[in-house]
Design a protein around this ligand. Structure first.
Ligand SMILES: [Zn+2]
Length: 390
């Protein structure tokens, strides 16, 4: 791999970039922190912020203990300033999809192959622990927040940042990059910085990159210029560190004409039956009370909106306890539940026999629903041992 210590690109409007935005090798070689920007091509804040931070690192000769990598995502979509060209690059990271070699003419399949080659090589040549951080923005206005798959190592890392963390997105989205990475045991955290075209989204990304480099132990606090400013800057938006769970997703159908009603901001409280959107000329009401999450205000994408609720502290602590004590082994011996012989992390559940167990119980023990096949639910455990990439 030819990794160059050079900033390439124009950080104003049209971006022309290469896969490695920048990399810096530290003195001790561990940890390794890998950032992605522009996995969605219309989300340029992350790319611009990575260029800014990298430039400061090089110009000020900031000493690193571990390694820093900044990787660009969907390069061809970035050049067009579109979310994607053929398919969403953040929905094609499953083992099955990776093994599928048809549709290789899709732009994003080539982007995925290129990104995968880079991260595989980084993990092969560098020392862990590895921290993968994916920088995004949203179509609606939002304060910054974090999304993670619900593993304890992810929770521990995101707990450092004073902002809302949303768990369990892996249950609702097929094939996000971070869920895939997390299945190999690495910390993988998504940062949503703000609205796509809002300049503050770049500042939020810059602040978050520095804080994450400090939190991972890659750079000492004293080496980061304006560390306290960055910390307060982000916590200015969110002074509470709450965890939220996704309860509902509105899936837009293939031929459906869908539009959110104007004016919803992320995390806005909504009531049951509240009017949220228009679908094929009819009103879409909220099926429950909660907070609206990632309402869709752009053409591309088929997740209309999500509804989230706050997870009580007690429930969070209880889940840490049952997972640390490995009580999930108990689940396997209950009626209606058996181990999947093909995957040690997966349980196959007969929902009729095991109806005494709710999805919440599986969440508590660290499992998330992966799929439903032949009237069986497949729950997979998110806490993993570190494994080499396939
Ligand atoms: Zn995105």
């Amino acid at each position: 791999m030819n990794i160059k210590n050079k900033v390439v690109g124009n950080i104003d409007t049209k971006l022309k970039i290469q896969r490695i935005i920048g990399d810096v090798k530290g003195s001790k070689g561990t940890p390794t922190v890998i950032f992605f920007g522009g996995i969605h091509g219309n989300e340029l804040a992350g790319v611009k912020a990575l260029q800014k931070v990298y430039t400061v690192m090089v110009e000020k000769e900031i000493p690193l203990v571990g390694n820093f990598y900044a990787i660009s995502g969907n390069i061809q979509a970035i050049e067009k300033n579109e979310r994607f060209v053929d398919v969403d690059l953040n929905r094609i990271w499953t083992k099955d999809a990776l093994a599928n070699t048809t549709n290789t003419n899709f732009t994003e399949y080539n982007e995925r192959t290129s990104i995968y080659k880079v991260i595989k090589e980084i993990v092969a040549i560098e020392a862990g622990p590895f921290y993968f951080i994916d920088l995004h923005t949203t179509s609606s206005e939002t304060n910054p927040f974090i999304t993670i798959s619900d593993s304890l190592n992810n929770r521990k890392f995101s707990n450092v940042f004073a902002m809302p963390t949303v768990l369990g997105i892996e249950e609702y989205l097929e094939g996000p990059l971070l869920t895939f990475i997390n299945e190999f045991g690495h910390v993988a955290l998504g940062f949503e910085a703000g609205q796509h075209y809002n300049e503050t989204s770049i500042d939020n990304c810059v602040a978050f990159i520095w804080l994450a480099l400090e939190a991972s132990g890659c750079i000492a606090k004293s080496e980061i210029e304006k560390y306290d400013f960055h910390k307060h800057y982000l916590s200015f938006f969110n002074d509470v560190q709450d965890f939220y769970e996704i309860k509902y997703k509105y899936q837009i159908g293939k031929q459906e004409r869908f539009a959110m009603l104007d004016g919803f901001t992320n995390f806005e409280t909504i009531t049951k039956h509240q009017k949220l959107a228009i679908s094929n000329g009819s009103i879409v009401g909220s099926p429950m009370e909660g907070k609206i999450f990632m309402p869709l205000y752009q053409q591309q994408g088929d997740d209309g909106f999500f509804i989230i609720t706050r997870i009580p502290r007690f429930w969070l602590y209880l889940s840490i306890l049952v997972r640390t004590l490995k009580l999930y082994h108990v689940l396997r011996i209950l009626p209606g539940i058996k181990q999947d012989n093909r995957d040690t992390y997966t349980l196959i559940v007969n929902p009729k026999t095991a109806r005494f167990l709710t999805t919440q119980i599986f969440h508590l023990f660290g499992f998330r629903k992966k799929s439903i096949q032949n009237n069986r639910w497949y729950f997979t455990r998110r806490d993993r041992k570190i494994n080499a990439f396939i």
